[in-house]
Design a binder for this molecule. Sequence first.
Ligand SMILES: Cc1cc2nc3c(=O)[nH]c(=O)nc-3n(C[C@H](O)[C@H](O)[C@H](O)COP(=O)(O)O)c2cc1C
Length: 474
Amino acid sequence: MNPTIVSRFRRGASFTGEHLDLSGTVVQLKALTPGQGAALKLLSDGDRDDTELAAAVTALDGETGLLRWHMLFRGLNVSGLIEHAVRVTGEADETGRAGEAGRAGEAGEITGITARLRLVGRGTTLLAPAPAGPARLSRFAEARVVDGTLTLQAPGRHLAVELAPRAAGLLGELANWSTGVPAPVLRLLATAGLLAPGGPEDDVETTERSHAQWHPGDLAFHARTRTPASAPGYGGTHPLGDRFPPEPVSPPPAGTRTVALPVPDLERIAAADPSLTEVLERRRSIRAHDTEAPITLDQLGELLYRSLRRRGTMTGSDGQELADRPYPSGGAVHELEVYPLVTACEGVPAGLWHYATDRHELELVAEPCKATAALVSEARGAAMLEADPQVVLLVAARFGRVMWKYETVAYPLVLKHVGVLYQTLYLVATAMNLAVCGLGGGDSAAFATASGRDPLLEGTVGELVLGSRPRMEG
Ligand SMILES: Cc1cc2nc3c(=O)[nH]c(=O)nc-3n(C[C@H](O)[C@H](O)[C@H](O)COP(=O)(O)O)c2cc1C
């Protein structure tokens, strides 16, 4: 086995013999020498090692052409136009394969690519050196199947490493500090930021606070959504636009049993409301409810109406129906739905209800049952309440509303919307002298059981406990 690094133009880039073609964009390279042109053609045709490229240059330009070729090749790497790979030449493995593009060479030898470094974001493709001592895979490295190929990426990095089946065993070898992995493979992994910093005696990922405090899942999510250079798809890219229609602004009706909510008189409310400053200064999380006088249907209706009723419906330029509610929403997609889970509310029977923002009514989703009791008990525990909360406001997201339009910002938008809805509910509840407390966690599996909703289509992302304010408070 003789692993060597080979290079070629990245996917979407090629040299026609006259100019560079970058996914249809023509880039002229000025004053190319015949040797440079020949080497670029080789890179365009497939994987070549340094020796093959240098031979093409020197055959036409002489030895003196090499320096200028190296400068040109470096420029192509700085522009992120090259893909590097590890090519092995040797005996076939027991499966008879050498890896991607394995092909028979001399006397039964097999040549194949076992690992390939590819650009997945924006940045250079300059190779880093292989580590001098033992190497280990970063605990933040993520392995995914992309278009049928095992692909490794580190959070926030613009390069990924694809592994052929015969090289997948290297991942097991690199689960701990090892010197058993060929240097060319380590170079690719190091360039993609996939190797742990430090060494066996200095394991930075566990000893340094900056690394130790991150769970790999959280860092991957943070990096994907906050480092556009590492993941294309920022903004409204409509990833599902040509495969699925947008989801309508109104969810399908939840059930046949409904409770109409009175429409509050906003003029009268505006005249009687405390000032914004007073509300902000008075706002507190209140973790007790007045059991003698539970919250009423009128109060629940007023809170929901003032916080999240639909004030209008529009259609976006992409054809997606949009909504206007009192609180803001990225792209006006308004994917959040509120499900009041009632245990004690005068005028509303106990059960899991859905608030229809357009019709300002409650729709019964589930009668009280084991699953709703579990949700109540969970909220009671999270808020450290001495009795069951009168109402739990379960906040669910219809993920397709955001994910049809957005990619990398889709889920973060949902969480931001939960934040603005929390604050809106807090402020309106405070103005109404109700007791509200936001919760930091919940169980979307329990909500799926109680509601019958497919958790991949609609799941809870927030919850608040709500009730009448105890008289001794404030
Ligand atoms: C996103 C969020 C999550 C929260 N999670 C909980 C929780 O799980 N349990 C709880 O008792 N209070 C929770 N709270 C309330 C905070 O503990 C409370 O806001 C904080 O102690 C400050 O008190 P104040 O709201 O009265 O100003 C949460 C508040 C927010 C905004």
